[in-house]
Write a protein that binds this ligand. Structure first.
Ligand code: CP
Ligand code: NVA
Length: 309
């Protein structure tokens, strides 16, 4: 039976750990995986812009010996020209997997239902699972034991936050989410994350107080305005005042490193000098997008593949 990756809601700690281990193996031995997707084709549908996701999937699939067809929403509207479910059924006639970046999570569910090949979420309104794999791969390259890591996400509660929460607690992390009032994460995802924490051993703290981040090893932030949110920046700047990540906050919290999924807005949610400084893991995170996604692709499309050396 095909396996989709729409969120990591149903993935166990063992499944997530094994995916991270595979990502590390592929990263360490790219030559061994050069034919992992030999003869396989992936269609990438993007309703929203992308730099990292689009390029890392394209180049990553090439490195695994597969082929990517990119469809942007300008020339191939997901809604309007034909039903999403017909689109999914058609694409599955030729493609071995569908990678999709969409506005609504329900679009991914429709694609997954109609396509007989795996559908991979490349970001939607609720989740960014591929990002979370890269994030925890990056953190695990600095800390052997994730159960000793306190990770504080600071900023707007959004798709990236949700995936960080769902995956982080299953890996045993102490996840803290600090947002201004009115920008909290989804309540259902909080409940689900708490259930996962009880099962797998991590913890989740939700707060509007920046001091909840004190004692973190890693701070994480994202844009205050996600794609599709047309609120003028001027309207929310005051709300987010005090939630910027800069050198002073790194010192106050005692954090070793800072992460940001990017695109970043220098000197807004994160100081430019921090992005360029020694505590920044932003570009390691960006590189790991590709290794994480390659692990997802191998897991979903070629789980029997034996590396060549
Ligand atoms: N982090 C991330 O998904 O970047 P893009 O929007 O550029 O793909
Ligand atoms: N939360 C951001 C992530 C971009 C990678 C957005 O949805 O725009």
């Amino acid at each position: 039976m095909k396996q989709d990756l729409l969120s990591f809601k149903d993935w166990t700690d063992e499944q997530l750990k094994s995916l991270l281990a595979l990502a590390k193996t592929i990263k360490a031995n790219p030559a061994g995986y050069r034919t992992a997707l030999d003869g396989l084709s992936v269609v990438a549908l993007f309703e929203k812009p992308s730099l990292r996701t689009r390029v890392s999937f394209d180049i990553g699939i090439n490195k695994l010996g597969g082929h990517l067809v990119y469809l942007d929403s300008q020339s191939n509207k997901l809604a309007g020209r034909e039903d999403v479910k017909d689109m999914g059924a058609n694409l599955a006639c030729w493609a071995d997997a569908i990678v999709a970046r969409v506005f609504a999570h329900s679009t991914l569910e429709e694609l997954a239902e109609s396509a007989k090949v795996p559908v991979i979420n490349a970001l939607c309104d609720m989740y960014h699972p591929c990002q979370a794999v890269a994030d925890y791969l990056t953190i695990s390259e600095h800390y052997d034991d994730l159960s000793k890591v306190k990770l504080a996400y600071i900023g707007d509660g959004n798709n990236v936050t949700h995936s960080l929460m769902l995956v982080g607690v299953a890996l045993g992390c102490e996840v803290v989410v600090v947002t201004p009032k009115g920008h909290e994460v989804d309540e259902n995802i909080v409940k689900l994350t708490q259930q996962r924490a009880a099962k797998f051993g991590g913890t989740l703290t939700i707060s509007n107080d920046i001091d909840a981040a004190i004692g973190s090893q890693v701070l994480y932030t994202d844009t205050w305005l996600s794609m599709g949110d047309n609120t003028p920046l001027a309207d929310i700047k005051d709300t987010f005042s005090g939630f910027e990540i800069d050198e002073a906050l790194m010192e106050k919290t005692g954090a070793d490193y800072v992460l940001h999924c990017q695109p970043a807005h220098r000197d807004l949610e994160i100081s430019g000098s921090l992005i360029d400084g020694e505590q920044s893991l932003l570009f390691q995170q960006a590189e790991n997008r590709m290794h994480g996604q390659n692990a997802i692709l191998v897991q979903l499309l070629a789980s029997d593949f034996q590396p060549k050396n």
